[in-house]
Design a protein around this ligand. Structure first.
Ligand code: THU
Length: 136
């Protein structure tokens, strides 16, 4: 079930807050993400850039990796805040989809205005997933 409007508002606030801690001196495009686990716990992530550009990590994946490292693997929703409402990149969509395609994705801009509210499977249809691997 999708989170309530109040829960979504809290997620956006948390994403706005962590966005202020992004390390984005090269792009000057800070991103904040707040991921709601099924337990009710919220995991925050910000983008962390590097002078060796490709080693940069996105906010969404930092939030997922933090959650999984804390033992949570089932998610209800993720709020992503960017300056202008830019949507999650393909790599982040793929990483999120590993843990379920029903997660609600909310994208807001720095004022908190929602630009996108949809389920992950709409953002990454026919995703490659664990079911595609033939494991013996
Ligand atoms: N970025 C994210 O954090 N999430 C995305 O989904 C798209 C891009 C970051 C990476 C880089 O630090 C900056 O935004 C510009 O690409």
């Amino acid at each position: 079930m999708d989170p309530s409007d109040a829960a979504i508002a809290e997620l956006i606030q948390r994403a706005q807050a962590v966005r202020r801690r992004a390390y984005a001196p090269y792009s000057n495009y800070p991103v904040g993400a707040a991921l709601l686990g099924r337990s009710g716990q919220i995991y925050e992530g910000a983008n962390v850039e590097n002078a060796a550009y490709p080693t940069t990590m996105c906010a969404e994946r930092n939030a997922v990796f933090r959650a999984v490292s804390d033992g949570e693997r089932a998610f209800e929703a993720i709020a992503v805040v960017t300056e202008n409402g830019g949507a999650p990149c393909g790599a982040c969509r793929q990483v999120l989809s590993e843990f379920g395609s029903e997660v609600l994705v909310i994208v807001a801009d720095s004022t908190g205005k929602i630009h996108l509210k949809t389920h992950l499977h709409k953002l990454i249809p026919h995703a490659f997933g664990p079911q595609d691997l033939v494991l013996s």
